[in-house]
Design a protein around this ligand. Structure first.
Ligand SMILES: O=P(O)(O)OC[C@H]1O[C@](O)(COP(=O)(O)O)[C@@H](O)[C@@H]1O
Ligand SMILES: [Mg+2]
Ligand SMILES: [Mg+2]
Length: 351
């Protein structure tokens, strides 16, 4: 349901309007309201910085082998407590090894990254939360059933960015909206009814320290971006990398660009770093709903099916021109955009 409410309308009112227009969204709206309440709590905690204790204090390891920081655990506890009061049967959280069972008869399942961008905890940089909401599939023989369907089965998805402003980026399956936390009132208010990713862009985001591990197509694509107007892309690119998926994607949703966390040759990185259910699939839905594209290099993310709740997937997403250009490199080609002959001549002229 596209949101037609005026800018500044509270989230709860926008959700109520969406439910009026499509009653099937009632349960998803209740889940989103619960997630938003938790986000307000976490935002306040983050806003206190070191005054609220050492949020970066190291604890145990999570299912992926990452060290859990204090804020990872605080966020997980806050959001799962909120979801207990919502129509949620199962939760797949980054910070829990197994699927958590909440309200067995409830209609929905939620995949959640309670705290995204953990390396930014404690240094006053943007972090966030990511979630994808799916139908709960009641299959006693398969405890993972709700999470082993394609990302296209998500009924809603969103993320929160705890940055200079706390923002909620949301899709209920038709368009992507943004909200900002009004700190004085402790609630989110609509700031964009329809985010739109420009089709072409001149910014790429990738952790360039991994260049020696990348696959040949990613290396070739980034090299050609770096060659700027002297290469086949014929435009000068800028690079941005915040090490916080939510913040990088909020930028891409706002002014375009491409984000890549590709597979690479490091141990355990054959499918990149990001997790399919609670990072990659929700982001893909948000980006597609804003007119962008999301693939694993070649295949549409929303067609991928997880086989385990912490499974990873490579992610290439953002402006359609860039995402399809990366796919061209993966398919063994080079972009021509009608430019190859000219580029050849210019290359000759410049040599
Ligand atoms: O440290 P790297 O390899 O650049 O990875 C950064 C990526 O890892 C993440 O922090 C992974 O998320 P978590 O912090 O939830 O584990 C992304 O937000 C970010 O894009
Ligand atoms: Mg994350
Ligand atoms: Mg996380």
């Amino acid at each position: 349901m596209a949101i037609s409410a005026a800018i500044g309308t509270p989230l709860e009112t926008c959700l109520a309007q969406a439910v009026d227009a499509n009653p099937a969204l009632k349960d998803a709206a209740a889940v989103i309201a619960a997630v938003a309440r938790s986000a307000v709590e976490i935002s306040e905690r983050i806003g206190r910085g070191a005054l609220g204790g050492d949020l970066a204090a190291a604890g145990d390891h999570n299912s992926d082998g990452d060290v859990q920081k204090a804020l990872d655990v605080i966020a997980h506890e806050s959001v799962t407590a909120a979801l207990r009061g919502a129509p949620v049967a199962e939760v797949a959280s980054e910070e829990a090894e197994e699927v958590m069972r909440l309200n067995p008869d409830a209609p929905l399942a939620v995949a959640i990254d309670p705290l995204d961008g953990s390396s930014n905890i404690g240094v006053n940089m943007a972090v966030g939360m990511i979630f994808g909401i799916r139908p709960s599939i009641k299959d006693p023989a398969n405890p993972l059933a709700s999470f082993t369907t394609p990302g296209s089965t998500q009924v809603a998805a969103g993320f929160v960015t705890y940055g200079p402003a706390t923002a909620l980026i949301l899709t209920l399956g038709e368009g992507t909206q943004s909200y900002v936390l009004d700190r004085a009132e402790g609630r989110f208010k609509l700031t964009s009814q329809a985010m739109s990713v420009p089709a072409s862009a001149k910014e790429f985001a990738i952790n360039a320290s991994n260049v020696r591990h990348w696959d040949a197509p990613v290396k070739a694509y980034i090299e050609d971006c770096q060659r700027g107007t002297e290469g086949p892309r014929d435009k000068d690119y800028n690079m941005r990398w915040l090490a916080s998926l939510v913040a990088d994607i909020q930028r891409v949703l706002t002014r375009g660009g491409v984000f890549l966390y590709p597979s690479d040759a490091r141990k355990n990185y054959a499918r990149g770093r990001l997790r399919l259910l609670y990072e990659v699939a929700p982001v893909a839905m948000l980006v597609e709903q804003a007119g962008g594209a999301a693939t694993d290099g070649q295949t549409r993310i929303l067609d991928l099916v997880a086989t385990g709740i912490h499974e990873r997937a490579p992610l290439v997403c953002g402006s359609t021109e860039e995402v399809s250009c990366v796919a061209t490199y993966y398919a063994g080609g080079k972009p021509d955009a009608g430019r190859s002959p000219l580029f050849g001549q210019r290359g000759l002229m410049r040599s």
